[in-house]
Design a protein around this ligand. Structure first.
Ligand SMILES: NC(=O)c1ccc[n+]([C@@H]2O[C@H](COP(=O)([O-])OP(=O)(O)OC[C@H]3O[C@@H](n4cnc5c(N)ncnc54)[C@H](OP(=O)(O)O)[C@@H]3O)[C@@H](O)[C@H]2O)c1
Length: 270
């Protein structure tokens, strides 16, 4: 039996779509519908994984490091206690170590390496859909984001979902593996502007910080997002330092065009 945590999130829903109708898959989420299971890493009573062979552990949202680490520790400990044989974890691409949210991912990877349970790490790159949120054109189609001359190897969330579904339904073939799942074409401000028929005007980190300070729901999101711009602008997230083709190999086809996903997401949110 495969249990997918975080099944109501953007990634989890797409994974569930791939596995719909299978009687060896159960969906876990904090607010379960009928036939789903209540799974909340903050609620120890919901972490009974008995009878589960494989746990697909979707990283538990945004949060301060101590909160996210506590959640992942609770999930992994519960899996160990229940005799789960394999944990597949959705992590962050290996070129993301400068990002503020990297620490909790690397902590979890290390925790899994030290576990007696078999593990597979899916190091997901930043979504093309996320890029559409942080580098959205304004009403005049100007993209004023502090990306400098940097590029992001953005990846379609749907491709990451399909890869996760494939790996977690055939876990033995992927035991001990770490996959770098980023886009094959890195996107910078000029490409994004061309895709939406607008222009790119590089902004500054200070301006972004000022704008974010008044608009995000949680104060920890400000350094997370400013740091993301800074890492892209610094040239750390263009995928050049990572092994090539791992997403393509898992999918058995070319990844979706990230620029098309970016443009479609921008259009859909207009
Ligand atoms: N690569 C990227 O660009 C990118 C962007 C944003 C986030 N992420 C990371 O990747 C994860 C999946 O992405 P997404 O697009 O699905 O994010 P999302 O739509 O924001 O969903 C948040 C996810 O966190 C889970 N979660 C939050 N608190 C939890 C808790 N206490 N116990 C168990 N699960 C909890 C949610 O599960 P339920 O609501 O189903 O309970 C849901 O799966 C995120 O959680 C985040 O860590 C990656």
């Amino acid at each position: 039996m495969l249990l997918i945590t975080g099944a109501s999130g953007g990634l989890g829903q797409l994974i569930a779509g791939h596995l719909a109708g299978r009687d060896d898959v159960v969906l876990g989420t904090r607010r379960p519908a009928e036939s789903e299971r209540h799974v909340d890493f903050d609620d120890p009573a919901s972490l009974d994984f008995s009878g589960i062979d494989t746990l697909l552990l979707i990283s538990a949202g945004e949060g301060e490091d101590d909160i996210v680490i506590r959640r992942h520790e609770a999930a992994i400990s519960a899996a160990e206690e229940a005799g789960v044989r394999h944990i597949v974890y959705t992590s962050l691409s290996g070129d993301g170590d400068h990002l503020a949210y990297a620490l909790a991912h690397r902590w979890t990877e290390r925790r899994l390496r030290g576990s007696s349970v078999d593990g597979t790490i899916l190091r997901n790159g930043l979504y093309a859909e996320f890029l559409a949120a942080i580098a959205a054109p304004g009403p005049d189609l100007t993209i004023a984001a502090p990306l400098g001359g940097g590029r992001l190897a953005a990846v379609a969330r749907a491709d990451l979902a399909e890869a996760a579904a494939r790996v977690s339904t055939d876990p033995a073939a992927h035991a001990g593996k770490v996959y770098e799942l980023v886009g094959e074409v890195a996107l910078g401000g000029a490409e994004l502007a061309a895709a939406v028929g607008g222009s790119y005007e590089p902004s500054s980190l200070a301006k972004a910080r000022e704008a974010l300070t008044g608009s995000v729901s949680h104060s920890f999101q400000v350094p997370m997002l400013v740091g993301t711009y800074s890492a892209i602008a610094g040239g750390f997230l263009d995928g050049a330092s990572l092994p090539r083709g791992e997403l393509r190999a898992l999918l058995g086809r070319a990844p979706q065009s990230a620029i098309e996903v970016y443009a479609a997401t921008v259009r859909a949110s207009a």
